[in-house]
Ligand binder design. Structure first.
Ligand SMILES: [Cu+2]
Length: 289
């Protein structure tokens, strides 16, 4: 079990944060209907059994009492769900590197919803997973939040990805955003592309009121007390070359992007510790020139 814990600290911290303070977070709910509705409960996913290939918008609604996220992976042809879960217990980083990371919705607080548009490029068996731990540190997937679904041949209703207002490139180990571009409040779609080679995610957190980036850095090094971050969703892990579209709804304030994926090439150290942490500010529309 010990090797599987690399991703846990950050997620555990987020859990502590959600228990410690009132939620300021708004949902990333946009007006377009999602093709695939997924409900995250304590502890299971309720989801359609099969989905057509191609660009597909998923919506995760957290209907539980704990934070949840939705990570979708495609199992390679030879791998069963049981194979993958066994691998995950042995070495989380290696297990994640052995499947196709298709994407998903980042951590949401209870009552929140967010959409993400993913490209289901191949038919086969896919899994929905939640890695967030409960109060005892047990990942939700070990409590029942593992759900398979089939992707079948044939085109779905959606033929192309949504129009994105901002492009983010994920690299080993950082977030590349357009330089000098103000990020303004409101509903918006971010295109999230993984330049690799490792799998990456783009979790969005709001910095808690009265806290600074320095507070966050200090906290991630030595966690004590409530975490100075509020989970705001984002885009779950995608494999190198994959693109997903996160439908965000941002209010003015200080935020940061973070990747908690354990690096197989750095003894399972989370990418955040290797540089994948990036502050940004969301400005009010009235403040925009
Ligand atoms: Cu990463």
């Amino acid at each position: 079990m010990t090797k599987t814990t690399a991703l846990r600290p950050l997620l555990t911290l987020a859990l502590i944060a959600t228990l410690a303070g009132p939620a300021l977070a708004h949902t990333g709910h946009t007006h377009a209907p999602a093709a695939v509705q997924v409900r995250g409960q304590d502890y299971k996913f309720v989801t359609p059994a099969s989905v057509k290939m191609g660009w597909t918008t998923f919506e995760l609604k957290n209907t539980g009492q704990e934070p949840h996220h939705l990570q979708i992976v495609r199992l390679p042809g030879h791998m069963t769900q049981a194979d993958f879960l066994t691998k995950l217990k042995e070495n989380e980083g290696a297990a994640l590197a052995s499947v196709d990371l298709v994407g998903g919705v980042g951590m949401l607080l209870p009552g929140q919803a967010q959409q993400v548009t993913l490209n289901l490029t191949e038919p086969g068996t896919y899994l929905e997973l939640c890695f967030i731990p409960d109060a005892k540190g047990v990942p939700h997937l070990a409590l029942g939040m593992v759900q398979s679904f089939q992707v079948t041949k044939g085109a779905g209703a959606q033929t192309q990805p949504p129009q994105a207002g901002l492009q983010v490139k994920l690299v080993d180990y950082g977030f590349e955003l357009p330089k000098g571009r103000a990020i303004t409040e409101g509903p918006q779609v971010w295109e999230v592309m993984n330049g690799g080679p490792e799998g990456h995610e783009m979790l969005v957190f709001r910095i808690a009121p009265g806290k600074t980036v320095e507070d966050v850095a200090a906290y991630l090094k030595q966690p004590e007390g409530p975490m100075p971050l509020i989970p705001m969703g984002g885009a779950q892990a995608v494999a190198q070359g994959r693109t997903s579209y996160a439908h965000l709804n941002l209010t003015p304030g200080d935020y940061l992007l973070l990747c908690g994926i354990p690096s197989p090439s750095h003894q399972g150290a989370p990418h955040a510790a290797l540089g994948m942490i990036r502050p940004f500010t969301v400005v009010a529309k009235t403040a925009q020139k």
